[in-house]
Design a protein around this ligand. Structure first.
Ligand SMILES: *[C@@H]1O[C@H](CO)[C@@H](O)[C@H](O)[C@H]1NC(C)=O
Ligand SMILES: *[C@@H]1O[C@H](CO)[C@@H](O)[C@H](O)[C@H]1NC(C)=O
Ligand SMILES: *[C@@H]1O[C@H](CO)[C@@H](O)[C@H](O)[C@H]1NC(C)=O
Ligand SMILES: *[C@@H]1O[C@H](CO)[C@@H](O)[C@H](O)[C@H]1NC(C)=O
Ligand SMILES: *[C@@H]1O[C@H](CO)[C@@H](O)[C@H](O)[C@H]1NC(C)=O
Ligand SMILES: *[C@@H]1O[C@H](CO)[C@@H](O)[C@H](O)[C@H]1NC(C)=O
Ligand SMILES: *[C@@H]1O[C@H](CO)[C@@H](O)[C@H](O)[C@H]1NC(C)=O
Ligand SMILES: *[C@@H]1O[C@H](CO)[C@@H](O)[C@H](O)[C@H]1NC(C)=O
Length: 556
């Protein structure tokens, strides 16, 4: 049977003329494709007899990022350099149970969370069910911002739903489960090679099969990413080998948007129908945690794209908790009364600036969910449209929701290098600048400059901003908004910080500048200068030079 499908597929692939329309009638039915695959994997009886499986990955487990990368379009940074894990599944008539035991080492990028880079670990159990389902960390956690030994307890509904969905994609019983779903045969092109596939409309996944072995090759799901648009999340399975009469993949990769490898794992051992110790898949008892069990549920405004990025990047801490009532707005400089600093006292992770000019309003940064509240504040308090928006750099914790400003018609201020990135958002209107010509925004009373240099340390498109009056004197305030290169709310990477001081001193930034870190509180720049023992020139506000004379009045 398997052989005949190979023949049919190969015949279809070779005989069909590339320009000839292919009727679906010529393709095998979805059920035939699935049943041939099940046959190749070991047969229905063998798969139905599976009560449990453990995939051990003793050697290679690593994850990479498209959210915190240096370049814009490539994964060039690891989240987890190395690790090991066991993925356990237990199947019964009415319940699907899964457990991840993982030990991992963050990459050096994570100095900002903890410069000692302690190894992380967690045991995360989960089970399905619209009412009784849950996901629970019974040991450790997957959050770079909390101590490794702190037990995170029950996950929120949105993460639980995401985790169960991903676990299901890897389940060895997936093909048996989807036989009863609404299915269609499809041809999916991968790197210009056509592959036979079955789309499952109930789960909204596509299983792509290997033409020769018939094994599932890719389990594809679809995500709506706020920057990339519609993307694919591919679980790519390979190196199948037989264990107890069933073929199991011994390598799994997660490919995002067709090319970026976000996870690469080798399987060192597969155990079939092992004896799990009693309670192996149980969550914590109510007296062992302050967290509460939450059944899997999709939450409006939280896509798999966002949850998946935050979880993979070890930043997911649940839904956004900031509230409008807890918004604190201050003017950090007395002589710049139209510079507003917004901080949510119940979610202090990222502070933003809103600049009010005579004819325009600029918002700095677009973190997910907080953005809705900032837009509401501008609407209710300043009562004027947001005309401009500036992202400090492309990392998604800072700027996942730029599209909300695009939708409001705001122009997006970015360095030329990142224009192709932000153009991924439909209808984005960009104002670009470069090294020689920073963007200067002014109304004759106040000015903001946006400054980029090639090879900034943190990311290729990283920029910072300075704000002062249109024609400052030596003692006027010069504010500088700095994302990540310096943070006061948590540690920072000295290399990123030093690189910024080199740039800032070359730009002529006063050593008396007041820095507004994205993560932290307004702090005199001199504190960073001292912390790094940096020989910083004795510059005053009037010494700023990049973009031309800091006093714009001479041009009027
Ligand atoms: C996503 O894939 C599309 C199509 O290949 C490509 O044009 C785009 O640059 C990719 N985006 C990212 C962020 O990888
Ligand atoms: C995985 O299971 C093996 C065998 O029980 C054990 O030796 C190993 O420590 C486990 N790995 C993790 C990360 O828990
Ligand atoms: C949970 O998993 C079991 C076993 O796969 C399945 O029979 C049941 O329908 C699932 N429940 C839900 C709510 O998906
Ligand atoms: C992504 O796909 C969904 C459903 O197919 C569609 O509603 C949405 O507009 C698409 N988004 C983009 C950015 O193309
Ligand atoms: C929780 O309660 C159970 C019995 O209900 C008890 O055996 C266990 O020791 C308690 N755990 C803690 C941490 O108090
Ligand atoms: C947030 O606002 C609520 C209601 O106004 C208030 O009770 C609470 O103390 C505030 N929390 C913080 C952290 O400011
Ligand atoms: C404020 O929001 C309301 C309701 O969405 C909208 O009608 C109005 O145009 C907004 N005002 C400004 C100045 O953006
Ligand atoms: C700066 O100095 C000028 C004159 O020396 C004075 O008029 C002005 O008030 C000072 N401004 C600030 C912000 O201290």
């Amino acid at each position: 049977m398997a052989k005949s499908l190979v023949a049919a597929t190969l015949m279809w692939l070779t005989l069909a003329h590339p320009h000839e329309p292919r009727g679906p009638a010529k393709l095998p039915s979805p059920l035939k494709i699935i049943d041939d695959s099940i046959e190749a994997l070991g047969g229905q009886n063998a798969l139905r007899g599976l009560k449990g499986v453990v995939y051990e990955s003793a050697d290679i487990f690593h994850t990479s990022t498209l959210m915190q990368n240096y370049k814009l379009f490539k994964t060039d940074r690891y989240i987890v350099n190395l690790g090991s894990q066991n993925l356990s599944f237990s199947f019964s008539e009415d319940t699907f149970q899964h457990r991840i035991d993982r030990v991992f080492q963050h990459s050096d990028y994570f100095f900002f969370a903890n410069p000692t880079l302690p190894p992380g670990h967690f045991s995360l159990v989960m089970q399905n069910g619209t009412e009784n389902g849950f996901a629970c960390y019974i040991d450790g956690n997957n959050n770079a911002f909390i101590a490794p030994d702190q037990v995170a307890g029950y996950a929120d509904s949105a993460l639980t739903e995401y985790l169960l969905f991903q676990a299901n994609k890897f389940s060895p019983k997936l093909l048996l489960d989807i036989r009863s779903h609404k299915l269609a045969t499809q041809i999916v092109e991968l790197n210009r090679v056509e592959n036979l596939a079955v789309h499952d409309f109930d789960l909204d996944i596509t299983v792509i099969f290997d033409a020769y072995t018939h094994y599932p090759k890719i389990i594809r799901s679809f995500e709506d990413h706020a920057i990339f648009g519609n993307t694919t999340q591919d679980l790519e399975l390979s190196n199948y080998a037989e264990v107890s009469g069933i073929q199991f993949p011994h390598r799994r990769m997660v490919l995002y948007n067709g090319s970026a490898i976000l996870e690469d794992t080798t399987v060192s051992r597969v155990s079939v129908n092992p004896t799990f110790s009693p309670g192996f898949f149980d969550g914590l008892a109510a007296n062992e945690t302050e967290t509460r069990s939450a059944p899997p549920k999709r939450i409006a405004g939280y896509t798999h794209a966002e949850i998946g990025e935050y979880w993979y990047n070890t930043f997911w801490g649940g839904e956004y908790t900031g509230t409008y009532n807890n918004l604190s707005v201050v003017q950090p400089a007395a002589d710049l009364p139209r510079v507003h600093k917004l901080l949510f006292l119940d979610q202090t992770n990222l502070e933003q600036l809103v600049l009010e000019f005579d004819d325009s309003i600029i918002v700095f940064e677009a973190p997910p969910h907080q953005t809705d509240l900032v837009i509401q504040w501008v609407n209710e308090t300043l009562k004027r449209p947001i005309t401009h928006f500036w992202p400090s750099h492309h990392h998604h914790d800072h700027n996942y929701e730029v599209r909300k400003y695009v939708e409001l018609g705001a122009k997006i201020i970015v360095p030329e290098v990142s224009a192709p990135y932000w153009k991924q958002i439909p209808n984005a209107k960009l104002i670009t600048f470069n090294e020689n010509k920073p963007y200067i925004h002014s109304d004759g009373k106040m000015q903001a400059r946006f400054l980029w240099r090639p090879e900034a340390a943190h990311s290729v498109d990283w920029t910072y901003s300075v704000i002062t009056t249109a024609c400052p004197s030596a003692n006027s305030t010069i504010l500088t908004y700095v994302a990540d290169a310096w943070s006061t709310a948590f540690p920072f990477d000295s290399a990123f910080a030093r690189s910024w001081l080199v740039q800032a001193s070359a730009d002529g930034l006063s050593r008396n500048a007041l820095a507004v870190p994205a993560h932290g509180q307004p702090t005199p720049l001199v504190e960073l200068i001292d912390a790094l023992a940096f020989d910083y020139p004795d510059l005053k506000t009037t010494d700023f030079k990049t973009g031309g004379n800091i006093c714009l009045k001479t041009h009027h």
